[in-house]
Write a protein that binds this ligand. Structure first.
Ligand code: ZN
Length: 239
């Protein structure tokens, strides 16, 4: 069994809750699909935990921006303000770790990416079945796990897009999938609980897990850090 996490966004409370849950289930390894930092108040601690605990971590657009490589002109003003704050607080050692992150990883028949499997550094979003199929047609893998939109959803060739908390089985012989694992530290599907995915590659089963964490604590840390108050509010609403 593999635990897949993404879009932690320097939310230490959410990350610790997710890691304790994974440990409680005795699950390893843990894969991280990126955006360890950005928006949230505890970037250094989150980088350390991810570096210690995840078998691999991929590059997210906020990680890329935090090492000065992404053009933040296309970020909204809250994201811009937060990334400038983050750049000033990340230590050189943490930046060096973020510098080392790859954009994609393949473990047949699965491809892992933060944004898209092709031209990942363009940071495009996969938000529809049509876009999911565009990418599935351009890679040889039958399953692509992604993050980036913070919205947990399963796109496939033969089914309607869906999200459910009950476990489900992938039909790897007849279908192909793009699975967004949702966000640990800033969910945007209207549910403020931290989101992660448990994936069993042997049984081809997938399960979304949602976990309550101390949202109030992270929200207060955002205010204390003088990050935009909107970033605290959105954690409480899950939008
Ligand atoms: Zn993100």
């Amino acid at each position: 069994m593999i635990a897949i996490i993404s879009d932690i966004h320097a939310n230490l409370e959410a990350l610790q809750t997710v890691l304790s849950h994974i440990d409680g289930l005795g699950i390893h390894p843990i894969y991280c699909l990126g955006d360890v930092v950005g928006y949230g108040p505890r970037p250094n601690e989150c980088v350390d935990l991810v570096q210690q605990r995840c078998q691999f971590t991929l590059m997210g657009n906020h990680d890329f921006a935090a090492i000065g490589k992404a053009d933040i002109a296309y970020f909204n003003r809250y994201a811009q303000e937060a990334i400038l704050w983050t750049i000033n607080r990340l230590t050189p050692e943490r930046k060096a770790f973020l510098e080392s992150l790859p954009f994609t990883r393949v473990e047949e028949p699965v491809l892992y990416a933060h944004s898209t499997p092709i031209n990942p550094e363009e940071w495009n979003y996969i938000l529809s079945e049509r876009e999911a199929l565009y990418y599935l047609d351009r890679v040889s893998q039958r399953v692509i796990f992604i993050g980036h939109s913070h919205i947990p959803v399963v796109f496939s060739e033969k089914e309607q897009p869906f999200y459910q908390e009950e476990p489900f089985r992938l039909d790897l012989e007849n279908n192909r999938y793009v699975i967004n694992v949702g966000s640990v530290g800033q969910p945007r599907d209207g549910d403020p609980r931290a989101c992660l995915v448990l994936f069993d590659p042997d049984q081809a089963t997938v399960q979304y897990v949602r976990l309550h964490y101390n949202v109030e604590k992270t929200a207060q840390e955002i205010l204390d850090a003088k990050l935009p108050a909107f970033l605290a509010l959105r954690l409480k609403s899950g939008h």
